[in-house]
Design a protein around this ligand. Structure first.
Ligand code: COA
Length: 260
């Protein structure tokens, strides 16, 4: 695994943990960090040793407190569209990952941090986590998919409120609105994430990848979700794991999936 400056990687039991590590600035995403996330996720997607990914932040206070404001203050009419499109591409790579990606939100998830968590398939937060899209307070709007994914997760009315006021919400409120899947004590965070991943990793990998593709198709204006589902259903029926799953059930034994 390559060495990165602001992203730390560790691989345990085929689960890659990607930690955003800029503690002096609450793990804010500068350009380098976005590119390092791109590199690390790109590598993880093709590395057969990696079967799932956890994204978290270093330290006790922040997951990621947004894009780095020192850098975004230099944005202008000429470079800002590219900036947004670049971040959208990197977060799209996470959202469309065939391998499960869970955000372990260990503190502030603001701006680009909330957007990063929302790009993951599932979110587990600590009780002290805070969520928000405070960009309007800086005179901008989210640019890494936040207006879209927040609306998808919490619905139009709540998304409008959070985006228009820039106010933060607690982990408990995030749970109530559907922004996160679970809220746990700090020392339970990785246990909970690993518990979810262990359930997913017992399933047929291609079936899991096809689920991701179908669910994402709901939000893709160019896709017909029902057609995607029918196609992906057919793809699953072609796999060895389908034969194994059905045989194992009928033979009253646990399936052994090979991802084939
Ligand atoms: N970009 C750059 N630096 C950031 C940052 C960001 N998004 N968020 C925090 N930091 C830096 C602070 O400037 C501060 O640096 P300093 O120690 O050199 O002064 C350090 O991280 C600690 O932050 P601080 O504000 O002192 O901590 P806090 O506990 O009082 O508040 C936050 C924490 C997260 C609520 C607050 O830092 C904040 O609101 N950050 C900006 C969030 C934001 O607007 N994100 C969207 C950006 S588009």
């Amino acid at each position: 695994m390559p060495d990165y400056e602001n992203v730390k990687l560790s691989l345990n039991d085929h689960i890659l943990t990607l930690t955003i590590d800029r503690p002096d600035s609450m793990n804010a995403l500068n350009f380098l960090t976005i590119e390092e996330i791109r590199g690390a996720i790109g590598e993880a997607l093709i590395d057969e040793q990696v079967k799932a990914i956890i994204i978290t932040g270093s330290g006790e206070k922040a997951f990621v407190a947004g894009a780095d404001i020192n850098e975004i203050r230099e944005l202008n009419e000429v470079n800002s569209r590219k900036f947004a499109e670049n971040g959208q591409e990197v977060f799209g790579q996470i959202e469309n990952s065939e391998k499960p990606v869970i955000a372990a939100v260990n503190g502030y998830a603001l701006g680009g941090g909330c957007e990063l968590a929302m790009a993951c398939h599932i979110r587990v937060a600590t009780e002290n986590a805070m969520f928000g899209q405070p960009e309007v307070k800086l005179g901008i709007i989210p640019g890494y998919g936040g207006t879209q994914r927040l609306t998808q997760l919490v619905g139009k009315g709540k998304a409008m409120e959070l985006l228009m006021t820039g106010e933060m919400i607690s982990a408990k409120e995030a749970l109530d609105t559907g922004l996160v899947n679970y809220v746990v004590a700090r020392d339970e965070l990785l246990n909970k994430v690993n518990e979810i991943l262990s359930k997913i990793l017992k399933q047929a990998p291609k079936a899991v990848a096809n689920v991701v593709d179908c669910v994402n198709a709901v939000f893709d204006n160019e896709a017909n979700g029902y057609q995607t589902e029918a196609n992906n259903f057919m793809n699953c029926c072609r796999t060895e794991d389908f034969k194994e799953g059905t045989s194992a059930f009928l033979e009253k034994r646990e399936p052994v999936f090979k991802g084939e």
